[in-house]
Write a protein that binds this ligand. Structure first.
Ligand code: ADP
Ligand code: GLC
Length: 483
């Protein structure tokens, strides 16, 4: 199966969140199953720099409404072929990939990701200037949402699969964008890309794709409800027969405590001693009081409302009162960042905060802490709860989305069955989180139970293979269903 995988970020080239992890790992997993998957990504400076050398595909093209660009080819992780859209006017700039250095969205994001969508549509159409033709185009998140809309109006184009990684981000732009991006007029319709008078990239994708997937079975149900449908629940309910939840996997080579170069000492289920060395190294590095006995809790996250970071900050003083320590790594909302920094100042040696994005530190935190905090209000899938289970660090999670599908709550029953891997709470309040932490700390004191919990989490198979097979089946289904 020839598949074009369209994404706005892919690890290790460029990453702001879990979409990059998925784009870095799923294409290789599919290739291992025999599918010819190629990735299409914008040519941000990070991407061009990381690739170093590339081949210029034989054309410099102009698509109606867009600046000229070149299509470059290269390879990334495990030899996955990569297509890069080199359009300096849109992508060569300092700052983030979605936002400027002040944290404001780039004012031309519609054009920047309109071009990504448009190039994918060109490559998937019969008149593509490139010899290699995909049988299926796999679009990820709103940034690739217009691809199915462009392709719907070009006869004999390949079918699209649209994957939603987070329904909270929809790419909504004013109506004149339709003309600027030369979108077929017929698509600007409530039964199409129009969303209350504006253009919605994500809605376009959800409406025109042959099949829609999201990143966990529970989230696939949740987005059909008013509470988590972000206004698109009606459309998603209508599409429920072609809507599938496939749980993300993780890159088990990148995230392996037995070989991880970012750790102070590697370890595995049969030789756990190294984990303690990571705790000491982390305590030292972050200026926490070095003490192997004190429970150390941590979080690595975007600082946003979605992730429930506010609740962690709220319970922090009570947590510290129980003699636990806390380490936080993340960035985002300025108010949350300032509150976190203030707490670190108030509780030196007990709370440590690092504002920023630090891949290496995130690995050391997963290894060095005892419990991982992930009280997300909603979570399409979430990856850190899986990384932490693999690192012998039980996660404490809110019962939502992919967290429900990947963590087994510790109860006397699940502990006895050796299936418990973490702690799940339902009441999304500071009290609910605190009660769950307290429950976890009781188990932490009981060495035998703790050992069972770690062992169940560390032996779980979070690899991509099973999920990659499900994506392959979706591609097959998309190919065989008629519009
Ligand atoms: P989301 O994509 O919603 O942010 P996920 O749990 O799916 O959430 O993925 C987040 C990814 O980004 C994980 O790999 C996580 O380790 C990483 N990450 C988030 N914040 C940071 C940070 N400040 N430093 C390093 N890695 C981070
Ligand atoms: C999104 C979601 C996260 C998911 C990731 C990768 O960023 O917020 O839950 O794990 O995409 O699919």
């Amino acid at each position: 199966m020839r598949v074009l995988f369209v994404t706005s970020e892919a690890a290790p080239l460029v990453k702001t969140g879990g979409l990059a992890d998925v784009s870095g790992a799923l294409p290789s997993a599919l290739r291992r199953l025999g599918d010819d998957v190629r990735v299409l990504i914008p040519g941000y400076p990070q991407v061009l720099k990381a690739l170093g050398t590339f081949k210029i595909e034989a054309f410099v093209a102009a698509a109606e409404g867009f600046p000229d660009f070149r299509l470059l080819t290269s390879e990334f992780s495990e030899g996955v072929p990569l297509w890069v859209i080199d359009c300096p006017l849109l992508y060569q700039r300092e700052g983030g990939i979605y936002q400027d250095s002040m944290g404001d969205d780039w004012s031309d994001n519609a054009l920047r990701f309109g071009l990504l969508s448009k190039v994918a549509a060109m490559l998937g159409s019969p008149s593509s200037p490139v010899e290699w033709k995909p049988e299926v185009v796999h679009c990820n998140d709103w940034q690739a949402g217009l691809t199915p809309a462009y392709m719907h109006f070009v006869p004999d184009s390949a079918p699209c699969v649209m994957t939603v990684h987070n329904l909270a981000f929809q790419g909504v732009f004013p109506p004149q964008t339709v003309e600027e991006l030369a979108l077929p007029e017929g698509s600007f319709h409530p039964h199409g890309a129009e969303y209350y008078g504006n253009l919605s990239f994500l809605k376009a994708g959800l409406y025109y794709a042959r099949h829609v997937t999201t990143v966990s079975p529970t989230y696939a149900e949740e987005i059909q409800s008013e509470e988590l449908g972000f206004g698109l629940q009606g459309l998603l309910k209508n599409r429920s027969k072609s809507l599938t939840g496939i749980l993300n996997g993780i890159d088990t080579e990148e995230w392996d405590p037995a070989t991880d170069q970012a750790l102070a000492q590697t370890y595995s289920l049969v030789k756990m001693t190294g984990k303690a060395a990571n705790k000491l190294a982390l305590q030292k590095l972050m200026g926490l009081t070095v003490d192997p006995a004190v429970p150390l809790l941590g979080l690595v996250s975007r600082f946003t409302h979605q992730k429930g970071v506010d609740l962690v900050l709220e319970v922090a003083p009570e947590l510290i009162a129980t003699k636990a320590q806390l380490v936080l790594l993340g960035s985002g909302d300025a108010v949350l960042q300032n509150q976190a920094k203030a707490l670190a100042k108030e509780y030196p040696g007990q709370i440590a905060v690092m504002i920023g994005f630090d891949e290496k530190l995130s690995h050391l935190i997963e290894a060095g802490i005892d419990l991982f905090l992930m009280p997300s209000r909603f979570e399409p899938c979430g990856l850190n709860q899986m990384y932490s289970q693999r690192y012998g660090t039980p996660p404490i999670v809110h019962a939502t989305g992919g967290l429900v599908d990947s963590v087994v709550d510790c109860t006397p029953d699940t502990l006895a069955k050796l299936s418990a891997t973490g702690f799940v709470f339902s009441e999304m309040t500071a009290q609910g989180l605190l009660a769950c932490i307290q429950r976890a700390l009781v188990v932490y004191q009981d060495k035998k139970s703790w050992g069972k919990l770690l062992s169940a989490g560390m032996s779980k198979d979070f690899g991509w293979q099973a999920s990659a097979m499900k994506y392959h089946e979706i591609y097959e289904a998309a190919l065989s269903t008629k519009e």
